[in-house]
Design a protein around this ligand. Structure first.
Ligand code: A2R
Length: 315
């Protein structure tokens, strides 16, 4: 029996290919332009890291399922996929713990300046009589607002509880069974809290919503942490607020136009900047790779994807 043809697109984890090779004929072109029309018409599935736009969907008339690496799937044109009846899957849940752990690490690093303190030590400043300056901020007694309380947001909140901080949240819909205070708007949340952790997806509604008004509501001792998408933050407003002392500090794992990081942020001492590493451990990336493969294997074997996104067909 001939094996279904799957196209591998983008810089995929080796494990994805390793797993899929046993079940499918794998096409691994350097670019989609390298795929002949004949090959393209044979392709029934895609394993994708990165984007897949409307034009890409048009190239593969018999594509039935696209398995995307990562929980955010904003770079996949799900509207076109839905119109063409293509199932799109992502990799939720398997990265919740890693991203939540990173969020807490980033929060502590930002508040207690741990990366700067280590750099100070490595630079040879720790001498008899010389101590790293006391940090301006402490996590103790803070009121933390979660912008987003989904799969990852809930794990971040659970990790915050032992720190004895007050926790509140804003989402579009109040969550049943959640004891944290709910705020119906981001503005109201920002006014109430002094620390904001953003973990929302990239959508039309979340574009630059963390703007000058929100940052000013957080206040001069306010802290912003972003582990969702850089898209949600107005970076010019953030630079201005940090520079003018209207916001205390920021910890960012994601940026508006990655891998570009605004020069102004690089030169600031009250920010901690990470290169989008929240889920980037070997075990977690391997689990994500397995889920990319398992979605395709399950769909072709049982006619059912494991983690289809809500916008496209569920099987
Ligand atoms: O709004 P709701 O009730 O659907 O709650 C979701 C919230 N959210 C928003 N909150 C306020 N305004 C919005 N426009 C808005 N859009 C979405 O974000 C929910 O609480 C949360 C998303 O949760 P999940 O879909 O479970 O995503 P997960 O796995 O926590 O990942 C979040 C994002 C990914 O999409 C990647 O972009 C990034 O983290 O790694």
């Amino acid at each position: 029996m001939t094996k279904p043809a799957i196209i591998a697109v983008g810089k995929l984890h080796d494990r994805v290919i390793e797993r899929l090779e046993d079940h499918f004929e794998m096409l691994r072109p350097a670019s989609l332009d390298d795929v002949s029309p004949n090959d393209a018409s044979r392709v029934e599935g895609a394993a994708v890291s990165g984007g897949f736009n409307a034009a890409a969907f048009q190239r593969f008339p018999n594509l039935k399922i696209l398995s995307s690496f990562g929980v955010g799937y904003d770079a996949i044109d799900v509207k076109t996929a839905a119109e063409k009846g293509v199932v799109v899957t992502n990799t939720p849940d398997v990265l919740n713990d890693e991203v939540a752990d990173t969020a807490i690490g980033l929060l502590l690093n930002t508040i207690r300046e741990l990366p700067r303190a280590e750099a100070w030590l490595r630079d040879g400043h720790w001498k008899p009589g010389a101590s790293y300056p006391l940090t301006r901020f402490s996590l103790k007694g803070r009121h933390v607002g979660l912008f987003g309380l989904g799969r990852i947001g809930e794990e971040i909140a659970a990790r915050l509880e032992p720190f004895k901080v007050k926790i509140s949240y804003h989402t579009r819909h109040r969550k049943d069974g959640v004891a944290y205070d709910y705020y119906a708007s981001l503005k109201a949340l920002a006014e109430a809290v002094d620390t904001l952790i953003a973990i929302v997806p990239k959508t039309e509604q979340t574009h630059k919503v963390i703007n000058a008004e929100i940052l000013s509501a957080l206040g001069k001792d306010g802290i912003l942490i972003n582990v969702g998408r850089g898209w949600s933050v107005d970076e010019d407003a953030l630079v201005a607020a940090l520079g003018a002392g209207q916001l205390g500090a920021a910890g960012l794992d994601v940026f508006y136009n990655e891998p570009e990081v605004p020069q102004a942020l690089l030169s600031m001492s009250n920010v901690v900047l990470l290169p989008h590493v929240a889920s980037a451990s070997m075990p977690t990336r391997r689990a994500m790779a397995d889920l990319v493969a398992d979605n395709l294997i399950s769909w072709f074997k049982n006619g059912k994807a494991i983690t289809p996104v809500p916008e496209t067909p569920q099987r």
